[in-house]
Design a protein around this ligand. Structure first.
Ligand code: COA
Length: 260
């Protein structure tokens, strides 16, 4: 598929995925969802990618939601299919073996916040407004917002956001743990890339397995999660990567990781 609404740029081992429909505040229509799904599939399988940054074009919006023009025409079956397609994209982001970082450069509303919620970490600019305004439109969040927001910030605050539809400011998002940090707009992308670079400097298999342990563990009981952690700890202990990491420490040098 030729990309029309999504840009992919490489900066060393960092891939920056930019939703590029600024005239519609980067709203997600079917084409954009399909392109993002393809991009995350390809980048997740690419050995030359160490981390993925998701952002929006321009200085006004990260993603202002699912495209309301499309939503307004849907019925029962295509409504369900639409939700399934959006959810599949969020799962592709969440289950990527690479760290995925959201650089929220403005409005992150509805499907936009839902994409950010699927990322591993979120940073935003001071002008960002983050919310799930779906009930204001007479619908409910359909790309995972009802599930991921309560898990991230707790049910009380999440239900307040979901049931009022009111967005929060960048400062409020930071206070409630919805974002990890607020960075000035001109420094947002470089700041997020610097965090990505730290993750890339660590053992790539260790990073992938640590993400997997935390991500899958959140859906398990503590006992099952601990068992998963022990299994993955066993797997990482069999790798050349572990030998290199330990040897580099003992020899007082930087580790040299193998990718692929
Ligand atoms: N779907 C489709 N188009 C959207 C959109 C969306 N989610 N969000 C913004 N746009 C479009 C607007 O229709 C407008 O297009 P036009 O110039 O062809 O009329 C363009 O993007 C610019 O938006 P505009 O509303 O003029 O900007 P604003 O600065 O006045 O307001 C927002 C910004 C984000 C407050 C406002 O656009 C908004 O409320 N968007 C909808 C957010 C939402 O409810 N998202 C969840 C959907 S489930």
């Amino acid at each position: 598929m030729t990309l029309q609404n999504v840009l992919v740029e490489r900066d060393g081992l960092i891939a920056v995925v930019t939703v590029n429909r600024p005239q519609k505040l980067n709203a997600l229509d079917d084409q954009t969802i399909a392109e993002l799904t393809q991009c995350f599939g390809e980048l997740s399988a690419d050995d030359r990618v160490g981390a993925i940054v998701l952002t929006g074009a321009g200085e006004k919006a990260f993603i202002a939601g699912a495209d309301i023009g499309v939503l307004s025409k849907q019925g029962v079956l295509d409504g369900r299919e639409n939700a399934r397609r959006g959810q599949a994209l969020t799962l592709r982001i969440e289950e990527s073996p690479k760290p995925v970082l959201a650089a929220i450069n403005g409005f992150a509303l509805g499907g936009g916040l839902e994409m950010a919620l699927a990322c591993d970490v979120r940073f935003c600019s001071p002008n960002a407004r983050l919310g799930l305004p779906e009930v204001s439109l007479g619908i409910i969040p359909g790309y995972g917002g009802t599930q991921r927001l309560p898990r991230l910030i707790g049910s009380g605050l999440a239900l307040q956001m979901i049931l009022t539809g009111d967005p929060v400011s960048a400062d409020e998002a930071l206070r409630i743990g919805l974002v990890n940090g607020v960075l000035p707009q001109p420094e947002l992308l470089t700041g997020v890339k610097a965090i990505a670079a730290k993750m890339i400097a660590r053992g790539p298999q260790a990073v992938a397995l640590a993400k997997q342990a935390a991500r899958r563990g959140l859906q398990m009981s503590m006992r099952d999660g601990l068992e998963l952690e022990a299994d993955l700890f066993g797997i990482i202990s069999s790798t050349a990567e572990m030998k290199e990491g330990m040897a580099a420490f003992l020899e007082k040098r930087k580790p040299s990781w193998l990718r692929g």
